[in-house]
Design a protein around this ligand. Structure first.
Ligand SMILES: NC(=O)c1ccc[n+]([C@@H]2O[C@H](COP(=O)([O-])OP(=O)(O)OC[C@H]3O[C@@H](n4cnc5c(N)ncnc54)[C@H](OP(=O)(O)O)[C@@H]3O)[C@@H](O)[C@H]2O)c1
Length: 145
C-alpha cells in the first residue's frame, strides 16, 4: 500500500479520509487519478454521493477500509490519499509499503504533522527516488520490515 501516489500507474484502489472526501466534494464524482474505486474511512457515511464514474465505499475503521481496498485492487497497489490522520494510522498499523512525499517550500506555520506520535512504532525506510522539479521535490521511500 502506498501513501500519496504521484501517478496512477500500477494503482487500482484509493483509500482516503472523510475530511479529504468532503473537502474535494467527492471529486465531483470523478476522482482525478483514473478509474480506481475510492474507499473512504468514516464513522458516518453520507446519505448521497456525487454522480460520476467513480465508485465510493464508506467504511468504519482504517484496517477494514484497507482490507476492502486491497480486495478491490487485486494484485495492484492501494494508494492512500492522506491526510495526516490517515497516514499516521496506517504507519502505526504497519500497512504501508511505500511512502511518497511531495515537498514544497511553503511553511504554513501550523497544521497536523505528517509523522508524529507513532505510539512508539519505529519506521525504517530506504530512499528509492529523489526527483527535483521547479518548486517541488518528489521523494519516495520503501518501508523496510
Ligand atoms: N498533501 C496531500 O497529498 C494531501 C492529500 C489529501 C489531503 N490533504 C489534506 O489533508 C487534510 C485532511 O486530512 P485530515 O487528516 O484532516 O482528514 P482525513 O484523513 O481526510 O479525514 C479524517 C476523517 O476520517 C475519518 N476517520 C479517520 N480515522 C478513522 C477511523 N479510524 N475510523 C473511522 N473513521 C475515521 C473521520 O471521519 P468522520 O468524522 O466522518 O468519522 C475523520 O474525521 C486536508 O487539509 C487536505 O487538504 C493533503
Amino acid at each position: 500500500m502506498l501513501l500519496a501516489p504521484m501517478s496512477p500507474a500500477g494503482m487500482s484502489a484509493i483509500f482516503t479520509g472523510r475530511r479529504t472526501y468532503d473537502l474535494t466534494g467527492g471529486w465531483g464524482g470523478e476522482q482525478p487519478l483514473g478509474d480506481a474505486p475510492v474507499f473512504v474511512v468514516t464513522h458516518s457515511p453520507p446519505a448521497t454521493v456525487p454522480a460520476g464514474r467513480t465508485s465510493f465505499t464508506f467504511v468504519d475503521g482504517v484496517r477494514a477500509a484497507v482490507e476492502q481496498a486491497r480486495h478491490a485492487a487485486g494484485d495492484k497497489d492501494v494508494s492512500v490519499i492522506g491526510g495526516a490522520s490517515i497516514a499516521r494510522q496506517c504507519m502505526i498499523a504497519g500497512l504501508l509499503d511505500e511512502i511518497q512525499i511531495h515537498l514544497t517550500p511553503a511553511i504554513p506555520g501550523q497544521g497536523i504533522r505528517l509523522i508524529d506520535d507513532l505510539d512508539g512504532n519505529e519506521i525504517s525506510a530506504m530512499q528509492t527516488r529523489v526527483l527535483e522539479a521547479p518548486g517541488v521535490t518528489h521523494l519516495r521511500y520503501r518501508v523496510v520490515r
